[in-house]
Design a protein around this ligand. Structure first.
Ligand SMILES: NCc1[nH]cc(CCC(=O)O)c1CC(=O)O
Length: 328
């Protein structure tokens, strides 16, 4: 009998759901048993705002366990991965992406448009705070954090103190709570975080057996979309901490003269000041093979229009808004 592959995971409901899902898919594809190994990260132990901690805190303990050989692979929410490459590690699979959109969970079944001026909306991510302000609806946006259940409790629990929260639809789907969503937000209004809804399955780069097994779970269109979104983020990120959003979709483009089907990638990106008063949004189209170049080119266009001054403005806002990883 083959020894089970060890999959390192955080202990949160969301992480366990994601890891369990990948474990099942891998066993189905390879026949290899997978064992879950729980790893406690600094992010799980702390209650400080994620903006201050940086999302890297959720990731580093898993990466340390990988490097030390305590586990064979790990599953991350891709949007929580810093854009800097991790030495010696390799994202061997990007499984089919879940719904990347953000979702509103409001009291009394309300949609965003039904929230009155002064309504209290909770969210932790600067990207969401900025876009909520940019709507000009006089919403009172309060920073919240905690796991998905904690955040839902701010609206649905006995001690509810908010009118609504904004969360990733993918997270709610994965823990079986999509039923509480009162509106799925249009990406034109609430552009998702780069790589939202996607998973990164990571292992040691030199662990050839595991690299090959995990590659069976890779979904090329999802990887192309994430590549474009993260190239945009990485290009804008140089020392920045401002809200950056990006969303790429793959679609069938115009057929070639020979009648071949042509895949096209459509990337939309945004940089918004935290108070919502400066809001740059652009898009760009190309072929999936050029995903990274499209992301870089769109970032360059945003910088040309002044994204750097929005990013710089935010960097001067003080330690409370300093970021160490992505803005989520
Ligand atoms: N911010 C934390 C986080 N990291 C990943 C998800 C779930 C969605 C995903 O996998 O992209 C969430 C929750 C959320 O943003 O509401």
């Amino acid at each position: 009998m083959t020894a089970p592959l060890r999959l390192g995971t955080r202990g949160s409901t969301l992480a366990l759901a994601q890891s369990g899902h990948v474990a099942e898919a891998l066993t189905a594809a390879t026949g290899r048993p997978v064992e879950l190994v729980e790893v406690v990260t600094a992010g799980d132990r702390s209650t400080a705002p994620v903006q201050r901690l940086g999302v890297g805190v959720f990731v580093s303990a898993l990466r340390d366990a990988l490097t030390a050989g305590e586990i064979d692979f790990a599953v991350h929410s891709y949007k929580d991965l810093p854009t800097a490459a991790a030495p010696g590690l390799h994202v061997a699979a990007v499984p089919p992406r879940q719904d990347p959109r953000d979702a509103l969970v409001a009291t009394n079944g309300r949609t965003l448009a039904e929230l009155p001026p002064g309504a209290r909306v909770g969210t932790g991510a600067l990207r969401r705070i900025a876009q909520l302000h940019a709507l000009g609806m006089q919403l009172e946006v309060s920073p919240i954090r905690g796991n998905v259940d904690t955040r839902l409790g701010r609206v649905l629990g006995p001690d509810a103190d908010l009118d609504a929260v904004v969360l990733a639809r993918a997270g709610l789907n994965r823990i079986g709570r999509a039923d509480v969503i009162t509106e799925t937000l249009d990406p034109m209004l609430m552009l998702p975080a780069p790589a939202q809804g996607a998973l990164a399955v990571e292992c040691r780069a030199d662990d050839q057996d595991v690299v090959e097994l995990l590659a069976l779970l890779d979904h090329a269109p999802s990887r192309a979309a994430i590549t474009a979104e993260r190239a945009l983020l990485a290009t804008l990120e140089a020392g920045c901490s401002a809200p950056v959003a990006a969303y790429a979709v793959l679609a069938e483009g115009e057929p070639t003269d020979e009648g071949d089907v042509n895949q096209e990638i459509y990337l939309r990106g945004a940089v918004i000041s935290p108070d919502g008063t400066r809001d740059l949004r652009l898009s760009r189209t190309g072929t999936p093979a050029d995903a990274a170049e499209i992301g870089k080119a769109l970032a360059a266009e945003l910088l040309e229009l002044g994204a750097d001054s929005i990013l710089g403005q935010d960097a001067q806002a003080g330690p409370g808004t300093q970021q160490l990883g992505s803005t989520e």
